[in-house]
Structure formats: C-alpha cells, structure tokens
Design a protein. Structure first.
Lengths: 223, 223
C-alpha cells in the first residue's frame, strides 16, 4: 500500500490526501517532519519536502504534490480531477499554481512559519505584524474566490476539480492557524462548506497538530 | 500570434520560450515588469507573475509556466517534452518542481532580488552574505545534476525533456547574475553546454537586461 509521508498541517500533503480519497486510492499516513532533515527522507525526496509517496512492495517513490496528482490523474480513471478540454485543463492548472504558490506565499507559508515553526522549533513568539499582513492578503484571495463562485459553481468551472481541492487544502491550514476571517465572504464560505462536507475532507478536520489548537469553527461543517 | 509577456531574466518565461521554440510555435516577445503591477497585466494574470501568453485574435490567455507548458504538450505533438510512461512523466515533473521551486528559492530568487531588484528598483546594494549563501546552495544543486548525468544522458532519462529546459532556464539566469561557479562540475557543465548550443537557446544568450551585465563566459557556447 502507498505510504504518504506528511505532517498534519502540510497543505500540499492535504491536497494529495484529498485527491487520493476522491479517487478511491488506499494509503497509510506516515508522519514526517521535513524540518528535521532525516537522511531516509532525503533519499526518498531530494527536495526534502512533504509530501512523498512510497510503495515498498513495488519499490516506487513519488514526490512533489503536482507530479503526484498528475500521476494518479493519468493512471486512475475514477473521478477525473484535471478534466475537460486543453483550455479547461490550463485553467485548472493556473488555479492550482495560484493557490500552491501565491496563496501559500502570501498566507499559508507565513502563518505556518509564525504559528507553527516558531512555536514548535524555534521557541519564539510570532510577529504580529506578519500575521496581520497574512490575514489581510487572505482577504484578497477570498475576494477572488467570491468572484469566481459568482460566475461558476466550482473554481474552474462546472465540475469539482483539483483546483478546488488545492484551494481548500491551503485554506484549511490557514483556517486551522486562525488566519481566515470568513465575514463578508459568503460565496467563498458556501463553496468551502460544500468541500468540507465531503467524505474525503472529514478525516483531516479531526486531526490535530501537537501543541497548536484550531479555532472553534475550524471543524464545523456548517461553519 | 501568441504574445509572451516576460522580462529577460525571468526564469519561468525562459522555460516557456524554450518549450515554444522546441515545439516550433511562433510567438512575439512583449516586455512586462511584473513589479510595476500594471492593471492590464493583472487582468491577464491575477497572480501578477510572468510569464503570461495572450493571443489577441482568439481572445485566449494562458498563465503559470507549468500550466502553459502542459497546454502545449497536450495540443502540439511535435517534440514531446513530458513523454514516456506515467512513472517517467512523474520523474520529469518532480525535476521540474525541484528546479522551479527549490533551485529558484535557494539560488535564482535570491540572486534576482539582490542583483536585479535592489539595483533597478530599490536602489540598494546587494547583501554579500545572501549572495554567498545562494552561490553555496547552487553548488549543491550542481552536484545533484552531476549525479544525475553520471547515470543518464539527460536529467530525467534517455531523452531531453521539459526537466532539462526548466533546469537550464533557472541556471542560465543564475549564471547571468554571476551566481554559478562551474569548476568541479564537469558533468553539469557538459550537459549545460549541449543545451546552450540548441537553436532554441541561442537567442536568449544574446539578450541583455538593462544596467546588468553577465560574466564573460555566460554566452559562450563552449563555456
């Protein structure tokens, strides 16, 4: 069976978990703290980042969340998540990059550094100026989701795609870390509530990262 | 015809240019300084990043370098660059991510900030400590290329793929900015010399970014 090396608040691992579940692919969760720089993990993924997927029976290893998702999209027919015409697939991939790069760089990355890495590893206090800026930028991204959902039922069009799973994975980590203020984002909140209620999403909402607690609304499916 | 919005030292635009040329797709170069935050450019790409591709006749716009490359790989048969089995395609995409994310984050990004952005925009001097660290990390990446090329003719296997173009695009920008010390990297240097000599690569080597000059070996094909 596939072993997924990840930690609970890794947004890229969450994306892969959602895709695996939606496609009905069985996997085990293996805990990896990439900041510990374990040699065995670098042997699996020279980039030293989570997620990595390893199948010991077949001696196969995959890494990089987008490469992993494309692999299963190509090899498992069930529930296509990068589907449609070439134009539609380009739109899905554009949005995946927007959330994996811009949202992560603006919001999830700084929140993880200030609220998780500083607490767990560096034993420092978070910088409130950086937290405020991340929360301000989160609003800009939520406004963009509001705009998309005003025009389409899902982020990339008429069906749920990997763009929705990618955005929800990033947002869920930011939400866990208290970085999301949902007021005035009715469209984004409605879209997120639908994703949150999917069977693929529920197990993640009940998991906790040591020491760090999420706000009360985090795991509420109608929250 | 496609209009490519880019600036000369954008490594992601260079990757797209190499792919377009290798596939024989005609395009015009349009200069875009993403740091100026032009409204018309944000309308084309809400992420505000280069490259973006626009076809005014067909009213079509593409953005994000990986989404663009996947689009042309799907729609243009000539010279497949993400080819082979699903496993091989996963390996190509893993390496693309390694260079677009890790190499960029470790090397190209800091060099662009210190040597281009500080000079052109912020009117500050570069931080020599950050430059030294970027050059140290560049060696680690070149050692990894040496290791790959010891075992395979190209980075991802027996044929040239988008992994090679991605790595060469990042390295060429770092090399322009004086961040690459090629000594003790014979395999990587040999591999890069082959890519440099391709017709798709030559036009880029003769372009210059205003104010900033590359080192002498930069444009030498046997350099």
């Amino acid at each position: 069976m596939w072993q997924l090396y990840q930690f609970p608040l890794c947004p890229f691992s969450r994306k892969v978990r959602l895709l695996l579940s939606e496609k009905g692919i069985a996997y085990e969760l293996w805990r990896e703290n990439p900041w510990e720089g374990r040699d065995e993990f670098f042997a699996m993924n020279p980039a030293g980042r989570t997620p990595a997927l390893h199948d010991p029976e077949r001696g196969k290893t995959l890494s990089d969340s987008r490469a992993i998702c494309e692999f299963f999209e190509e090899t498992v027919e069930k529930n296509p998540l990068i589907s449609g015409t070439a134009d539609q697939r380009a739109e899905i991939r554009r949005l995946i990059a927007l959330f994996d790069e811009s949202f992560y760089g603006d919001v999830t990355g700084p929140l993880l550094y200030e609220r998780m890495k500083k607490r767990l590893i560096l034993r420092q206090s978070p910088d409130s100026r950086i937290l405020r800026e991340a929360m301000r930028l989160a609003h800009d991204h939520l406004y963009y989701i509001d705009y998309l959902i005003d025009n389409r039922p899902w982020l990339a069009g008429s069906t749920m795609t990997l763009a929705d799973l990618t955005a929800a994975a990033q947002i869920s980590v930011a939400d866990y870390l208290g970085g999301i203020d949902w007021s005035n984002h009715d469209q984004a909140r409605g879209w997120y509530a639908v994703i949150k209620s999917r069977p693929s999403f529920r197990p993640m909402l009940s998991e906790r990262m040591e020491v760090i607690q999420p706000p009360r609304h985090y795991a509420e499916v109608d929250g």
